[in-house]
Design a protein around this ligand. Structure first.
Ligand code: GTP
Ligand code: MG
Length: 321
């Protein structure tokens, strides 16, 4: 039997359902998702292993015109990830018409090979791949009726023709309901090269545990966040330590983490009146951490200010961007 293995990058504007789709493909939460744009901040790999194939899906930060040094690094990380894969899956929501942000992405992926000019007011953000083999994924298909979906599929086909080259396939999916996901997996695997598996069969993510823990906490914080706060939030894990005195069936892990904000005025927003906010974040995150760590979790959250970290190159590097 032929065995296929390869990398597929999920590309798209912020908030187009990439991370939700990755989780639906893998069958477990490996990337966090939220209603806020620019939730994903690093290339997250999710791995699906079957007897005939291993599909490694790379979720990438939403591609946009960067307005901050953080945005610049996110956009550069997306471009980097798109360039290093076997196939790009461009995510275009079913319930929105193709806009300039989508066209910028389609042009970069399907357009002619070679460098093009800067993408934004803050200058160039990295090499342009161009000429990538690509499929279109029409996401959030549950949000529209059949007629609207059919019209959207036609429009998605047309926008590729305008870029000079067609899609290998166009597949409608809903990461939320799971509709079309199995078919998408078959289509993606069909475009992968032959080769042996690269990860052990039980691996679903290659993010280090502290990163996954920090992301679960950030997702919990994003559920509560409002206005300008989502972009200002970052989470760093300071300690993950298992209590040594526990029997294996009653493991207990202490997790300590800091939720960073950019201004002292935002501290109170996260903490909430009488600490209600921070408690709610803990209550949301803890069950997910317990699933992830397969242990009871004692979670200690602190809020700290890292002044203007989104715009501070040294702070960005320290935070791993
Ligand atoms: N109805 C519906 N909503 C969806 C679907 N997929 C994602 N969403 C919602 O769309 C929002 C954005 O989803 P994400 O998966 O975080 O989008 P993303 O493309 O990863 O966003 P960035 O990381 O910011 O680039 C969330 O509120 C999701 O719940 C879907 O298939 N159907
Ligand atoms: Mg995402």
């Amino acid at each position: 039997m032929t065995h296929r293995c390869g990398f597929v990058a999920l590309a798209g504007r912020p908030n187009t359902g990439k991370s939700t789709l990755l989780n639906a493909i893998v069958g477990e939460q490996v990337a966090i998702a939220s209603r806020w744009p620019q939730t994903t901040r690093h290339a997250v790999r999710g791995i699906l292993t079957r007897t005939d194939a291993q599909l490694i899906v790379v979720d990438t930060p939403g591609f946009h015109r960067p307005r901050t040094p953080l945005g610049q690094r996110l956009t550069a990380a997306a471009l980097d990830a798109w360039a290093g894969v076997d196939l790009v899956a461009v995510c275009l929501p079913a319930d929105e018409a193709t806009g300039p942000g989508d066209r910028m992405i389609i042009e970069r992926i399907l357009g002619p090979v070679g460098p093009v000019g800067p993408v934004g007011p803050v200058g160039p953000v990295g090499p342009v791949s161009g000429g990538e083999p690509a499929v279109a994924v029409v996401t959030k298909a549950d949000r529209v009726d059949r007629a609207a979906l059919a019209a959207r599929l036609v429009a998605v086909a047309e926008c590729a023709d305008q870029a000079g080259r067609g899609w290998l396939d166009i597949v409608p999916v809903s990461g939320r309901t799971g509709m079309g996901v199995a078919r998408l997996v078959d289509v993606l695997i069909g475009h992968l090269p032959e080769g042996p598996a690269l990860y052990p069969a039980d691996t679903v993510s290659d993010d280090p545990l502290p990163v996954r823990v920090a992301e679960v906490i950030r997702q919990a914080a994003l559920r509560r966040a409002f206005d300008e706060l989502p972009h200002s939030l970052a989470v760093t894990v300071t300690d993950i330590a298992e209590r040594p005195d526990r029997p294996p069936q009653r493991r207990l892990v202490d997790v300590r983490a800091r939720i960073l904000v950019e201004r002292s005025s935002q501290e109170g927003l996260v903490i909430g009146r009488g600490g209600v906010g921070i408690r709610e974040i803990g209550t949301t995150a803890r069950p997910e951490l317990e699933r992830l760590l397969d242990a009871q979790v004692h979670l200690e959250l602190r809020v700290a200010v890292a002044a203007n970290w989104q715009r501070d190159p040294a702070a960005l590097t320290r935070l791993g961007f």
